[in-house]
Every structure is written in structure tokens, then in C-alpha cells.
Write a protein that binds this ligand. Structure first.
Ligand SMILES: [Zn+2]
Length: 256
């Protein structure tokens, strides 16, 4: 069985920081690109706080991380990398961020949008939740539904020629109960090469990072008949468009 709807050919990944996508979904992205998809990254923040090096200014770091993300995108074969440039560590799911993401959704018309888990997981560990990650996930989902869909929301987008667009599926990274597993065995090397472009964020050796990435993806593949996998929570709108429930259609049919 195909891992995704074969009609799909465009993807978008909305994250908070340069490197989030490389850690969370770059094997899937590399696989999409190899299959001929057009994939666009949308980075909500400028990554300007992620260092313990006191000789670096926020401006220096933002410039370095922007270039690292562009380099990673070239390794993966992305169509575009969009930087919304909000200050790192201060991201909020504001109407402005929502509108900016909706504009990119309308511009690039993704079938599948990958984003971050928008809630805290109180069971500890990394899932505790970086506020920027939660904000990026929340803003992205709010942009999918209803902002990208409804022409009367932010009418200035329409004036810019950005017609409404219905995303077909949202895949959530870092969800505690994933329900879709993507076999990234053939793309894991490319995904690791992309991660290694984020030099400023990596304190271990390339070998250690490679081993750690493989270990994590092998762990996720367990019991799935795959060597390496990435996993997501999949929210499908089944071609009805976001916000439409089966019961809505049933009621309409009943009325006919
Ligand atoms: Zn992050």
C-alpha cells in the first residue's frame, strides 16, 4: 500500500527553528523530494538565541542559522525556504503569525503540511514542550483551518492574489500517539547530511550524530517491517476540506 495518497505532490513543513525539521521529519522530506514533490519550509523564528557562545550576537547567529537552513534545504532538494524572522524564544501564535503562514499555504498550495506538536506533554523529557514549538504548531494548524480556506479571513491576502487553499492532510511531529510511519531507509543518509549542515547547533561529532539519528529512527521502525522510520499523527480531511466532518456531508445529503 502506498504510504500516502498518490495524488499528492506538494508538501510544506512549518517549524519554529532552523534544524527542527531536520531532527523531526527530514527523512520524509528527502523521500518526498526524491519522489518529485515540491516541498517548502516555513521557519517562524530566526533562531537567534540558540547558542551558549557568548562571543556571538543574536544578529550573527541568525545569519549563520539562516545559511545553515538554506544549505540543508539544498541537500534535501527543497523548492523554497521561507523565513518569517520572528525573534527566537519569543514566538506566540498571534494572528500575524497565523496570517503569514496562511499566506505561504495559499502561495505554495501544499497537499500535506507537517508541523510541530502544539501541546505540553507532562510525562517529561523533550516532549515537555519548547514554547516556540507549541506556538509554531498552533499557528500552523490555525492557518490551515480556517484561515487558508476562507476568502473573507484576512481579505488583504486575496488582494495580493493569494486564493484560498485547502490542505489535504496535516502530519504532526512529536505526537505521543503517532498513527503513520514513513519508511525512511532509503533517505536516511540524505536526511542526516541535511542535519549536519546545522553546524552551529551540533556539539557532537558527525559520527555520534549519525549514530543517534539512526538509533532514533530504528526505534520508531520497530514492529513496522521497516529498518528506519519517522512517525507522525496524521489528520486527514479526506478531500472534504479542513473543518468539514463526515456528519456535515451526511446532513446535507439527508436534506436533499
Ligand atoms: Zn526547535
Amino acid at each position: 500500500m502506498a504510504e500516502w495518497n498518490e495524488e499528492f505532490s506538494r508538501g510544506m513543513v512549518v517549524t519554529a527553528h532552523p534544524d527542527d525539521a531536520e531532527f523531526g521529519c527530514s527523512g520524509t522530506v528527502a523521500k518526498w523530494c526524491a519522489a518529485g514533490w515540491e516541498v517548502v519550509y516555513v521557519l517562524c523564528t530566526d533562531g537567534s538565541k540558540g547558542t551558549s557562545d557568548r562571543s556571538l550576537t543574536s544578529e550573527d547567529l541568525a545569519r549563520i542559522r539562516r545559511q545553515e537552513q538554506i544549505d540543508a534545504g539544498k541537500v534535501l532538494g527543497l523548492k523554497d525556504v521561507v523565513f518569517l524572522d520572528h525573534p527566537d524564544a519569543y514566538l506566540q501564535p498571534t494572528l500575524e503569525v497565523r496570517k503569514q503562514i496562511a499566506a505561504e499555504i495559499r502561495r505554495h498550495k501544499p497537499d500535506v503540511l507537517i508541523t510541530m506538536y502544539p501541546m505540553r506533554n507532562l510525562d517529561g523529557g523533550y516532549g515537555f514542550g519548547h514554547p516556540d514549538h507549541m506556538a509554531a504548531g498552533e499557528a500552523a494548524m490555525a492557518a490551515v483551518f480556517p484561515t487558508a480556506r476562507d476568502h473573507l479571513t484576512f481579505p488583504e491576502l486575496l488582494e495580493e492574489g493569494l486564493e484560498p487553499h485547502n490542505v489535504r492532510e496535516v502530519w504532526v511531529m512529536g505526537h505521543p500517539s503517532p498513527d503513520i510511519w514513513i519508511d525512511v531507509t532509503d533517505s536516511i543518509d540524505t536526511s542526516i547530511e541535511a542535519l549536519l549542515a546545522h553546524t552551529s547547533q551540533l556539539s557532537s561529532t558527525d559520527e555520534e550524530i549519525t549514530a543517534s539519528m539512526k538509533r532514533g529512527r530504528r526505534e520508531r521502525a520497530k514492529g513496522k517491517g521497516m529498518k528506519y522510520a519517522e512517525s507522525f499523527k496524521r489528520i486527514s480531511f479526506d478531500g472534504r476540506g479542513p473543518g468539514r466532518r463526515v456528519s456535515d456531508e451526511q446532513e446535507e445529503e439527508d436534506e436533499l
